[in-house]
Design a protein around this ligand. Structure first.
Ligand code: C2E
Ligand code: MG
Ligand code: MG
Length: 742
């Protein structure tokens, strides 16, 4: 869940980062575009200003020529009163007309009669006359020539005054073909693709470039609107701007996108407000920077694609990472089943308040690893996992918790049903050793019943606590949490806590239980048995603390302590001139896991100068089952000179075959086997065991012998020594010392 949350937020961060990057790129793209546009418009405006200046200069020049000629006419005092005299003036003008490339020049009399250098005479009261008669110089709109060849012309005109300088006596004019303007207007800018227009402020065309798609139009505004309705807004803005004598940009659609700059032509001779349009196809304007922008677009695409790929890659790896993480988090690598983490999460998610949490463990599994090897150990763990897995239903759970620990959640209502199922599992697991050819393993279970909504972790802990009750128990392998004797746990804790001081204060006492010759009833030896005499005087029997110290490893210290005490005592007896007897000492199987144990025991015996024969060692049988390590240890103990005794033979884990495997000097028949005496089959078994052991050269000791009948039977069967209440219970040192005197 947590990984998922992290994954989602990481994914969100990537999305945001990608989004922000693209936005930033897009924003920078738009900034660049705006910047470029500003620069290009600036460029357009510059070109327009140049054109404007050229045109204004031309108009001014032409007008200036006329003004100069008019001044000359005034100076020479030409007469305007007769038609003949006016023709003379016109004749005089001919040279100027040719010189200045006019279509014609001429004079307009005050009555409107127009005389021309090309011989025409006509009464025309249009623009030149109208302004001229008012004493104003003028450059006319584009009009159709009404005198000569019908074509578009512009007429430049200036008034000629009488001597008073106020009264107009005539008007001098010069006619130019409009098409001459055209050349001027087709400006060599923007790769020859730019062009100009001169229009009046109402949009009426004065003159327009032939290159323009609007060529032939009478009114540009009308034409613009014809080309596209989308131009309406821009046209409106232009109209307003031009009405107010302003300059400005416009983006229009006239057979393609056009960028336009309009600016008023500033000359005093034009009375109808002319405007110069400088126009360029927008794409031409962008031509130079287009590659730049293209490159930028390409960059954006590359960045976007890269980011996209990264995102896909991220998502892909994130998914597989997530899967991997989930696997790592939930799957146990050894069994490939669920692990504890998965178990907890799943049980939590179920929110169940019934059923049983079962903690599963294997007795003696450590021995599988050490005796049969790690591979066999792993194989065992997998095989046991398969059994557990095959024994759970669809709604139930199982997990491997590491080592030989497993956990299950079983949906049973009744305890007896649960126990039947655990019994079946036990049987299946106990068949595994045969299948895998390993030493025997025995599962044991701790059970916690879910009653209320319980935290899975807590439930597992409770089940684990219950499991401890049956660890190493040979008679029972299922324990319920309710069975835990909490007082015992507290007591155990106190025992553990006081162990160290108990050793220091010599609270552990060695008691001796004599062994007798059955026939002669003479003491032939003894077994050292530890007792804990607490400071308050109470005596704690071994069964209350031996298993406890075995489980936490303290037993090693205690075993050595006892062995040391026995050696010490033997030495003292010797010193006191006693005839000492072998006193056997118990070694817990837990002690056997310590590598240098043989050396230590030998050193202790040597330090006390005690013959190894006088301190035989008793090892319990269960620890020796197919245990090659024990075999090796037993051999090393024997090499060191110790006599080895196989304790508790026949108490449930008996294996006659094992006797062949490990050589012991003494076989100790367990009380359980001795108690068979009286039962014909049991007696047969006891008899057979004794015969077999003796045939193998072992001394046979029977322990837990309580009755005469047992003594007699054992004597009959050739049992060498008898240990038991019949002859003597374990006794204190003093008592045993006094027994030695006898
Ligand atoms: P064990 O080594 O099999 O010792 C024999 C146990 O049988 C002794 O119990 C003894 O008192 C008891 N016993 C002997 N004869 C009879 C009898 O006729 N009837 C009955 N009912 N019991 C009899 P104890 O002293 O309580 O010791 C129990 C076990 O504790 C020992 O079994 C041994 O496994 C362990 N133990 C005792 N001392 C030590 C020790 O110093 N080190 C280790 N590792 N284990 C020890
Ligand atoms: Mg013993
Ligand atoms: Mg015993």
């Amino acid at each position: 869940m947590l990984e998922n949350k992290h994954g989602k937020s990481r994914f969100l961060v990537v999305i945001i980062a990608v989004g922000v990057s693209l936005l930033a790129i897009a924003n920078s793209r738009s900034n660049i575009e705006t910047e470029i546009q500003t620069q290009l418009y600036g460029n357009l405006k510059d070109v327009a200003a140049q054109n404007d200046a050229t045109i204004e200069r031309l108009l001014e020049d032409r007008q200036q020529i006329l003004l100069n000629i008019a001044a000359e006419i005034e100076k020479q005092g030409f007469d305007f009163t007769t038609e003949e005299n006016i023709w003379k003036i016109v004749e005089w003008l001919e040279n100027y007309s040719t010189l200045y490339d006019c279509k014609r020049m001429g004079i307009i009399a005050t009555d409107g009669t127009t005389y021309a250098t090309d011989g025409y005479k006509k009464v025309l009261k249009d623009e030149p006359y109208q302004y001229g008669i008012q004493g104003l110089a003028n450059i006319s709109s584009t009009i159709t020539d009404q005198m000569g060849e019908e074509e578009l012309i512009n007429v430049f005109s200036v008034p000629i005054f009488m001597k008073d300088g106020k009264t107009v006596k005539g008007i001098l004019y010069a006619t130019y073909q409009t098409k001459e303007f055209l050349e001027l207007l087709d400006i060599n800018s923007f790769n020859n693709q730019g062009y100009s227009y001169i229009v009046q402020k109402d949009g009426a065309v004065v003159v327009g470039s032939k290159k323009s798609p609007m060529y032939g139009s009478k009114n540009v505004f009308d034409t613009m609107l014809v080309h596209s309705e989308d131009n309406a807004e821009v046209v409106e803005q232009m109209r307003n701007g031009m009405w107010n004598k302003q300059s400005g940009y416009a983006e229009l659609y006239i057979m393609g996108d056009r960028s336009l700059y309009y600016t008023p032509i500033e000359t005093e001779y034009i009375h109808k407000d002319w405007y110069l349009f400088t126009i360029v196809p927008t794409n031409v304007l962008y031509d130079k920077v287009e590659t730049l922008l293209d490159q930028q677009d390409l960059l954006i695409i590359v960045v976007a694609v890269t980011l996209f790929c990264l995102m896909i890659y991220y998502m892909f790896t994130y998914r597989s990472d997530e899967k991997l993480l989930r696997n790592m988090a939930y799957i146990d690598p050894l069994t490939e089943g669920h692990n504890m983490h998965a178990f907890r999460e799943r049980l939590k998610a179920r929110k169940v308040n019934w059923g049983f949490v079962v903690s599963v463990d294997l007795n003696d599994f450590k021995l599988v690893n050490s005796v049969c090897g790690i591979d066999k150990g792993d194989e065992t763990i997998r095989r046991v996992w398969d059994i557990l897995k095959d024994n759970i239903g669809e709604r139930e759970l199982a997990a491997h918790g590491g080592g030989d620990h497993y956990v299950m959640y079983l949906q049973e209502v009744y305890k007896n049903h649960l126990m039947e199922r655990l019994q079946k599992i036990t049987e299946e697991i106990e068949k595994v050793p045969e299948e895998l050819e390993i030493i025997s393993i025995h599962p044991y279970f701790g059970v916690y019943e879910l009653k209320d909504l319980t935290d899975p972790e807590e439930a597992y802990n409770y089940a684990n606590q219950a499991k401890k009750l049956v660890k190493g128990d040979k008679t029972k392998n299922i324990a319920f949490y309710e069975e835990i004797n909490f007082q015992k746990i507290i007591d155990n804790k106190q025992l553990v806590d006081s162990f160290k001081s108990a050793i220091e204060n010599e609270e552990f006492q060695v008691w001796y239980q004599p062994k007798f010759c059955g026939n002669t009833a003479r003491i032939v030896g003894a077994e050292a048995l530890v007792r804990w005499r607490k400071s308050d005087g109470s005596l704690v029997p071994p069964y209350q603390f031996i298993p406890l110290f075995e489980s936490n490893g303290m037993i090693i210290t205690l075993d050595q302590y006892v062995f040391n005490k026995v050696c010490e005592q033997q030495k003292r007896w010797l010193k006191d001139g006693k005839n000492i007897l072998p006193v056997s000492v118990n070694i817990s199987r837990a002690s056997l896991y310590f590598g240098n144990i043989v050396d230590k025991y030998r050193d202790i015996a040597r330090n006390h100068d005690i013959d190894m024969d006088m301190v035989p060692l008793e090892i319990t049988e269960s620890a020796t089952i197919k245990n090659t390590k024990v075999k090796e240890l037993v051999e090393r103990f024997r090499e060191a000179g110790f006599k080895l005794c196989l304790d508790d033979f026949g108490n449930g884990y008996s294996s006659l075959a094992m006797l062949n495997l490990i050589r012991f000097d003494v076989l100790k028949l367990d009380k359980m086997l001795v108690d068979y005496i009286g039962d014909p089959h049991g007696e047969q078994l006891v008899s057979y065991t004794i015969q077999l052991s003796k045939s193998m050269g072992m001394t046979v000791v029977a322990e837990g012998v309580e009755t005469l009948k047992q003594v007699e039977f054992l004597n009959q069967q050739g049992c060498d020594e008898i240990q038991g209440y019949f002859f003597s219970k374990p006794v204190t040192l003093d008592k045993f010392t006094s027994m030695l005197d006898i």
